[in-house]
Design a protein around this ligand. Structure first.
Ligand code: NAD
Ligand code: WQD
Length: 337
């Protein structure tokens, strides 16, 4: 079975490619490298000890995609390609709608042209907005608080419409909670551009001495210690969820929507403590004001993932911090060696 992985050079994509190849799938990575390095591909090749097929192309470009489908018989697509910086999406909404929404529509159009109708899409817990209660179930109301989130909601809707128009499609929408950590080898991991927006890479860069201190965005939330609570999920567990979805795709007779989270909420300060323990380094922090658009608490009810996909998170906070530290300490400048 040959799987096209859009965005396969990125953080979650690269980890998924490793598992796919280890499980015996044929893989073709399609990426425009707008937020990835060729070095991630070289590292993946080293882990699996064989070359990977990579095509440099843009999901918005029909000809780039057609060239792939002309040359290869693709059975299914795992669609990671997208832009993901929430703040940037507020500044540049049209860039996000073009890349994420238009790009996904073009991808589906070309897939249909070549009769490839199986797709697993990277959605996000951000589609729940500020949930009325936690844990979050898949049938909770959907609401986007920024253009990035709206782009995910729009693609979910587009894929549902595609299914209504043609029931031969097999579609899974995976809503990720907060992916963190890295491959156990410490050779691939998250490599954000510039100052990290997300908590874990910021903590890791502080521990390694690249940042002076962490700003904790608010300590007056209605949570256990006043800091924001999230459902952190090890990226390798998350990658496994895609394999489980792929194995079961053919049995699905409607669009499946599944939370991929560990189902546990940890506060910012708990993450700091866990990272200090795993790394043996101090993570200095200062309390700062709340970040606009943040919510107090977000964690999944992951029981549907277990029921439908036979999947559950197996790696806990200690493994997330251990592997995140392993990656960061071995690659203090990420892929820019
Ligand atoms: P990433 O930026 O590391 O990976 C995305 C990849 O897509 C990059 O390699 C980038 O170069 C590529 N890409 C972007 N636009 C493209 C285009 N037009 N054509 C071809 N390639 C393109 O991000 P990630 O963290 O691995 O996220 C993967 C997916 O999961 C994204 O769709 C993201 O929105 C979604 N997601 C991520 C998180 C998270 O916190 N990391 C949470 C929920 C959902
Ligand atoms: C986690 C917690 C912050 C940085 C974002 C996107 C979401 C999804 C995942 C793609 C919060 C606090 C953070 C810092 C801090 N991405 N924090 N200091 O906001 O849950 O989700 O990434 O789909 O769409 O919004 O993740 O890692 O940014 O923040 O105190 O320097 O850490 O306030 O409580 P978030 P995060």
């Amino acid at each position: 079975m040959k799987v096209l992985v859009t965005g396969g050079a990125g953080y979650i994509g690269s980890h998924t490619v490793v598992l796919l190849i280890e499980a015996g799938y044929e893989v073709l990575v399609f990426d425009n490298f707008c937020n990835a390095s060729r070095e991630s591909i070289r590292r993946v090749e080293k882990i699996i000890n064989k070359p990977i097929e990579v095509v440099e192309g843009d999901i918005r470009n029909r000809e780039d995609l057609r060239a792939v489908f002309e040359k290869h018989k693709i059975d299914a697509v795992i669609h990671f390609a997208g832009l993901k910086a929430v703040g940037e999406s507020v500044e540049l909404p049209l860039k996000y709608y073009d890349n994420n929404v238009n790009g996904s529509a073009v991808l589906c159009e070309v897939m249909a042209e070549y009769n490839c109708k199986s797709i697993i899409f990277s959605s996000s817990a951000t589609v729940y907005g500020d949930p009325h209660t936690t844990p979050i179930l898949e049938n909770f109301p959907l609401f986007a608080t920024n253009p990035y989130g709206r782009s995910k909601l729009m693609v979910e809707e587009i894929l549902r419409d595609v299914y209504v128009s043609d029931n031969e499609w097999k579609i899974v929408l995976l809503r990720y909670f907060n992916p963190v950590g890295a491959h156990a080898s410490g050779t691939i991991g998250e490599d954000p551009n510039g100052i990290p927006n997300n908590l874990m890479p910021f903590i890791a860069q502080t521990a390694v001495g690249k940042r002076e201190y962490l700003s904790v965005f608010g300590d007056d939330y209605d949570t256990k210690d006043g800091t924001g609570v999230r459902d952190y999920i090890h990226v390798v567990d998350l990658a496994k969820g895609h394999l489980n979805a792929l194995e079961r795709l053919e049995n699905f007779s409607e669009v499946m929507t599944v939370n991929l989270g560990a189902g546990k909420g940890y506060s910012v300060l708990e993450m700091v403590t866990a990272f200090e323990k795993a790394s043996g380094k101090k993570v200095p922090y200062k309390i700062a004001s709340r970040r606009a658009g943040d919510i107090a608490t977000c964690f999944a009810d992951p029981s549907y993932a277990k029921e439908l996909l036979g999947w559950e998170a197996t790696l806990g906070i200690d493994e997330m911090c251990r592997d995140g530290w392993h990656w960061q300490s071995q690659n203090p400048s990420g892929y820019n060696i």
